[in-house]
Design a protein. Structure first.
Length: 94
């Protein structure tokens, strides 16, 4: 079992809403792919990483691949997990 599977197993048992947010860096780490948000309105014009909700039956890896392709048109095969953030139930993060 990989670290990625353990993260998914824990969150699924807790019933936590799951989202992914990815950052694609240039090889020399001097550039990063971001999007300018259009919605929701309170985020309009702000820069953000690429991502979204993990759909039922998806792993975090598949969700990251799908979201990145949907939002940028690029297919990135080798995503690497580097951080997991958990918030209390009902928390709103801005």
């Amino acid at each position: 079992m990989t670290a990625f599977e353990r993260v998914d197993d824990i969150d699924q048992r807790l019933g936590a809403a799951q989202y992914v947010c990815g950052f694609l860096f240039s090889v020399d780490l001097t550039h990063v792919v971001l999007i300018r948000k259009l919605r929701p309105q309170w985020q309009r014009g702000k820069l953000n990483g690429i991502g979204g909700k993990i759909e039922d039956g998806e792993t975090w890896l598949w969700a990251m691949w799908r979201e990145f392709r949907e939002e940028t048109g690029m297919a990135v095969a080798d995503w690497q997990l580097f951080h997991v953030e958990r918030f209390p139930a009902g928390a709103v993060v801005h």
